[in-house]
Design a protein around this ligand. Structure first.
Ligand code: GEK
Length: 244
């Protein structure tokens, strides 16, 4: 499929406003995320593999902050267990509307329920697999403990949470280095210095990264056991957290 190219910050003079997941972003989202998040396609592919391994018969698999349903489809195409339902949640009506078209165009038979809801209000139960791919970073830091705790409580024993996040590093020098390497990644993917600077400014106080240590400490405090970092490229990471 030919993704529409993300040029939102190339021309738009109003590009310095806060970043929102609106129709304009929906139009270019697949291109935007692939050219902005190192390892995105690998993570999506592995989400399918992880879901195949961990989905339990008669359980729910969640895609929290589903955007256009990339993780939803990766899970849907790989899940083998019987009577599994995928629940995909996003609070952007524009995202959910387009996601519905994507899911409707896909013929796999695992049922998918789309919900336009705030994750902080959304119900979660009987879950064997929960995917939160680059979404916790958009939740207010003061609400993150309660969200992770709710996810833990809604999971079955033997279940897994896949938590992908942009990271901040405690060492300022390393943090700077990782940001520079990320920006160079974007530059080699065709974004100009001006586009990168504008997007960075738009995401200020909207995408709030935390350190790996902070994520591990929160997951452990909420009850998860054996949290493992399974993917990292510069300041982009993905963790597996297990419920015993
Ligand atoms: C992917 N997982 O392609 N409640 C529900 N959804 C939210 C909330 C909230 N409180 N806050 C933000 N979102 C996807 C990519 S994008 C990541 C996820 C990115 C939603 C928001 O509307 C957006 O669709 C998604 O979280 C984050 O693997 O763009 O960097």
């Amino acid at each position: 499929m030919n993704d529409k190219r993300d040029d939102i910050y190339a021309y738009n003079e109003k590009g310095f406003g806060h970043f929102v997941f609106d129709q304009r972003v929906v139009e270019v989202f697949p291109d935007m995320i692939k050219r902005s998040v190192p390892g995105y396609s690998t993570i999506i592919h592995m989400v399918g593999q992880i879901a195949e391994r961990y989905a339990q018969a008669g359980s729910n698999c969640y895609d929290l902050g589903c955007s256009l349903g990339a993780s939803t489809l990766a899970m849907r195409h790989r899940i083998q267990a019987a009577n599994v339902r995928i629940v995909s949640v996003d609070n952007s009506a524009d995202m959910i509307e387009r996601c519905k078209l994507v899911i409707d165009a896909d013929s796999h038979d695992v049922p998918v329920e789309l919900r336009c809801e705030d994750l902080l209000q959304s119900e979660l139960n009987n879950a064997s697999v929960v995917v939160m791919n680059f979404t916790l970073q958009f939740i207010a830091p003061g609400k993150r403990d309660q969200l992770i705790s709710k996810i833990y409580k809604g999971m079955r024993p033997g279940g897994v949470l896949v938590l992908s996040e942009k990271l901040k590093f405690n060492d300022d020098h390393h943090d700077q280095l990782m940001n520079e390497l990320h920006h160079y990644f974007k530059k080699t993917n065709g974004y100009s210095d001006l586009e990168i600077a504008k997007k960075r400014s738009a995401l200020e106080n909207v995408l709030i990264p935390e350190s790996l240590e902070k994520h591990k400490q929160r997951l452990a405090a909420c009850g998860f056991k054996g949290t493992e970092l399974w993917f990292q490229c510069f300041n982009f990471s993905s963790l597996l957290a297990f419920k015993e």
